[in-house]
Design a protein around this ligand. Structure first.
Ligand code: DAT
Ligand code: MG
Length: 149
């Protein structure tokens, strides 16, 4: 079953939006299979954002991610990678549609609340980077027949 990595960034935790944001993925019908709050090391932040290392915002982004705790999660479900990206909204919250997380709660690209894997290969890599296999639990929603035909 498809899985994605989501991370609530320091601004989401500091603003008390953890519950609000998690609720959106729960009510959608996806399954939470991993969850932890942690203070991120510089090494982990740099690895996670490796693809952006040459970009002018890289250092500021790393400083931001290590500045205060984050909530790291793995969610499971058919199509969860692309669907989570839609629920999250466009990178710049000023361009994110209302109804998306970034569209509803953000106004600044450097404070866009949440990370979500952008493709199957990145999801696999990010899940492995952030979670040990034993930190993830496979389980079945009891109301699954009422969510999936
Ligand atoms: P996304 O998080 O939507 O996948 P991304 O992978 O292009 O976006 O960039 C990663 C993060 O880097 C993004 O969530 C916020 C930050 N970022 C991106 N573009 C930026 C910019 N032009 N100025 C400042 N921060 C930026
Ligand atoms: Mg990205």
């Amino acid at each position: 079953m498809e899985r994605t990595f989501l991370m609530l960034k320091p601004d989401a935790i500091q603003r008390g939006l953890v519950g609000e944001i998690i609720k959106r993925f729960e009510t959608k019908g996806f399954t939470l299979v991993g969850l932890k709050l942690l203070s991120v090391s510089r090494e982990l932040a740099e690895k996670h954002y490796q693809v952006h290392r040459e970009r002018p915002f890289f250092q500021g982004l790393v400083e931001f991610i290590i500045s205060s705790p984050v909530v790291a999660m793995v969610w499971e479900g058919e199509g969860v990678i692309a669907s989570a990206r839609k629920i999250i909204g466009a990178t710049n919250p000023l361009n994110s549609e209302p109804g998306t997380i970034r569209g509803d709660y953000g106004i600044n690209v450097g404070r866009n609340l949440i990370h979500g894997s952008d493709a199957p290969e990145t999801a696999l890599g990010e899940i492995a980077l952030w979670f040990k296999p034993e930190e993830l639990s496979s389980w079945e929603l009891t109301n699954k027949p009422w969510i999936i035909e």
